[in-house]
Design a protein around this ligand. Structure first.
Ligand code: 3HC
Length: 655
């Protein structure tokens, strides 16, 4: 066995006439210019050396190839381009096998699709997630995948950017064999025994005949979820094209669309989101701080929020101790958590063994002393300062000296809660979003006295839960609710200024929000915010602009969808513009002598974006949020802001 090097990132060894080419380009083995050039050089070598009978491509560690190098997008292209490398692989005179040791994503899977055989470790992840970056596969994915697995399955994977396990990919026909152990040895042995067999070139295969219905269904499903993004629709069109055109024609059209989308605003926005996600949760100076060990999580309060947090912690492998005030409430809490797990079983996301394993790690008790064993206790009780401070004082006496205490408050001041305890340095905020077992967003609140290793532990915990942690300082409503308040306030100002609720909602929905603001109000119910406004009335600045319309709606019993009427009315459950609401708005304007203006959809969106971005700038200036990208992620993951617009900070800066 001799070692060869073809570029900084491409090396190879020769074993019994089989050239094993290893791509080593940390951190994710992206297909950079050096990788592409090195692969070409390795193939040149294999072509010329008569002693080489077959080639294997593989990667080190747990990544085969993570895709094209996204950091090269926007820079002048450097030859060889990926489609050229891929064509060379497919047309190669000697068998080329992909030994997929780990993630084969985007361009990585496209390389593998051009190989003549694909073997994979069961742990490998397979997919073409390009639509998540606002683009389509640009190196043959839309043309070769349907030739292997049919158009319906290819649409499902490509237009949704779905990543599947190697086992699933094997069932679909993407992977020829799953290899439990010694992937490379198995691939070498198979390559040697197949040297004289004809090569199976994916691009030469016909697209298998699928009946029309599954293709139409995959198409409709993907487009429904796309919420106005362009890439999924283009992906569907390109996959359909594979069945009716030659490989060359299909590849040319795919490349054209890839380049067009790559240079689009939508792709720039989604790349911003991608890199913002990779940076989120990073805190300067915290890299070297070791988190505390967390194995047992206590949760005080097992209502809607607490039970969701419990399910998330159980899913992540923690032991969970839920605490309620009475045995009856504890039983109910346990039922609630069991119900969440049962739902996951019904939907096929969890099997019975997984459910039972989780329940085996769960205790729900009426005795707070059980929390003596917890490494982290999260309170999810009624959002009232007296209730919470008393609870934390009690917890202080029960838990171990090294245990961490977290509050899930949405609006209270965690510094005030911490100040009431003997050890404010062990207090941190963990603001989950409901349902906590589903929502990815988690605001991790770094309080005035939070110790660095407590913050590091909270971040490690949140990552293990599979959440997207965003670190923020203490302010009313943290990042999300503070920006949401500014957004809501501006929308209500605009109503007074002349827009109608359905005009604002239509503009927001056309922009990409799943639901307009006023429709969301109606769905959530208007009474809780009304009660809060009434509580705050005494301390409100009388000089500040205050819109009374929401109060008037509540006074008229229009509490939202459940009441059948709110900002809209709901005859037969259908959201309908109600002249009574319009009259009420007109009366409120007249009372303040406001002459209504009319607003275009673009003006509505611009004004709301500006309100959000201004509040975001204030959060940055106050040091509450560390990065504009963090604010974007909060609004995308917690408040329905369309990800393909990049979040309010990104979008407002582009206007
Ligand atoms: N290009 C350039 N940099 C990339 C990258 C890529 N394709 N993928 C990840 N990175 C960077 C990240 O920004 C991060 O950088 P940082 O350390 O400076 O913050 C670093 O690599 C590590 O990334 P993760 O934290 O995400 O690492 P994980 O180990 O958690 O996950 C992964 C690895 C599953 C490969 C994940 O990084 C991922 O999903 N990457 C993107 C995959 C993808 O979308 N591929 C398609 C690219 S487009 C394409 O291929 C076009 C083609 O069709 C022509």
């Amino acid at each position: 066995m001799s070692a060869l090097r073809f570029s900084d990132t491409i090396s190879a060894t020769l074993t019994d006439g089989v050239l094993v080419v290893t791509i080593d380009n940390p951190p994710v083995n992206a297909l950079s210019a050096d990788v592409r050039a090195g692969l070409m050089a390795a193939l040149d070598h294999a072509e010329k050396d008569g002693a080489i009978v077959a080639v294997i491509l593989t990667g080190p560690g747990n990544i085969f190839i993570g895709g094209a190098d996204i950091k090269e997008f926007g820079k002048p292209p450097v030859e060889p381009l990926l489609p050229q490398v891929i064509a060379r692989i497919e047309d190669f005179s000697k068998p080329v096998t992909a030994a997929i040791n780990g993630a084969a994503l985007g361009g990585g899977l496209e390389v593998a699709l051009a190989c003549h055989k694909r073997y994979a470790a069961p742990s490998a992840k397979i997919g073409l997630p390009e639509v998540k970056l606002g683009i389509v596969p640009g190196a043959g994915g839309t043309q070769r995948l349907p030739r292997l697995i049919g158009a319906a399955a290819a649409i499902d994977l490509i237009a949704n950017g779905r990543i599947v396990s190697a086992g699933h990919a094997h069932k679909l026909g993407i992977i020829d064999s799953l290899i439990e152990n010694s992937l490379i040895d198995a691939a070498i042995a198979a390559a040697k025994s197949a040297v004289d067999l004809p090569l199976r070139r994916t691009g030469k295969l016909p697209v298998p005949e699928d009946s029309k219905e599954p293709i139409d269904k995959a198409d409709a499903d993907a487009l429904r979820k796309a919420r106005g993004q362009h890439a999924p629709a283009e992906a569907v069109r390109l996959v359909r094209l594979a069945a009716t055109s030659s490989l060359g024609e299909g590849l040319a059209e795919e490349r054209r669309i890839f380049v067009k989308l790559r240079d689009s605003e939508e792709a720039a926005a989604l790349r911003h989101v991608f890199f913002a996600e990779r940076t989120a949760g990073k805190v300067d100076g915290l890299e070297k701080v070791a988190p505390r060990k967390i194995e047992t999580v206590g949760i005080v309060g097992t209502g809607l929020m607490g039970s969701g947090i419990a399910a998330a912690a159980l899913n992540a492998g923690y032991r969970v101790v839920g605490i309620e005030q009475t045995h009856e409430a504890a039983d109910k809490g346990r039922d609630r958590i069991t119900g969440i797990l049962d739902k996951a079983v019904q939907s096929g996301r969890l099997d019975m063994a997984g459910r039972d394993d989780r329940l085996g790690r769960l205790v729900v008790a009426a005795d707070a002393q059980e929390l003596a064993q917890a490494d982290l206790v999260i309170e999810a009780v009624f959002d009232d300062l007296t209730v919470k401070t008393e609870l934390f004082q009690r917890l202080d006496r029960i838990v171990r000296a090294d245990a961490i205490l977290a509050t899930n408050t949405s609006y209270l001041d965690p510094n005030a809660i911490a100040a009431a305890t003997a050890h404010p340095e062990r207090i941190v905020g963990l603001h989950f979003f409901s349902p906590a077992n589903i929502m990815r967003l988690l605001e991790v609140v770094n309080c005035e006295k939070t110790a660095p290793d407590v913050l590091a532990s909270a971040l490690a915990f949140s990552k293990r839960l599979g959440k997207l942690p965003i670190v923020c300082g203490v302010t009313e409503g943290f990042i999300g609710n503070r920006i949401f308040s500014a957004y809501r306030r501006e929308a209500e100002f605009m109503i007074e200024d002349g827009a109608l609720p359905h005009e604002i909602d239509a503009a927001l929905e056309a922009y990409g929000f799943p639901m307009g603001l006023f429709a969301v109000y109606d769905m959530a119910g208007l009474e809780i915010a009304w009660a809060r406004r009434k509580r705050q009335a005494a301390t409100r600045d009388p000089a500040a602009r205050y819109v009374t319309i929401a109060d008037r709606l509540c006074e008229a019993g229009r509490f939202g969808q459940k009441a059948g009427r709110g900002w809209y009315s709901y005859p037969d459950g259908k959201r309908t513009v109600d002249p009574e609401v319009t009259a009420l708005i007109e009366a409120a304007r007249a009372e303040k002598s406001i002459v209504p203006n009319s607003f275009t959809a673009d003006e509505i969106v611009t004004r709301l974006l500006k309100a959000m971005a201004d509040e975001g700038e204030a959060l940055l200036a106050e040091g509450i949020a560390a990065r504009a990208g963090d604010i974007d992620l909060v609004m995308i993951n917690g408040y329905g802001f369309p990800s393909h617009k990049g979040g309010p900070m990104f979008a407002a800066a582009r206007r």
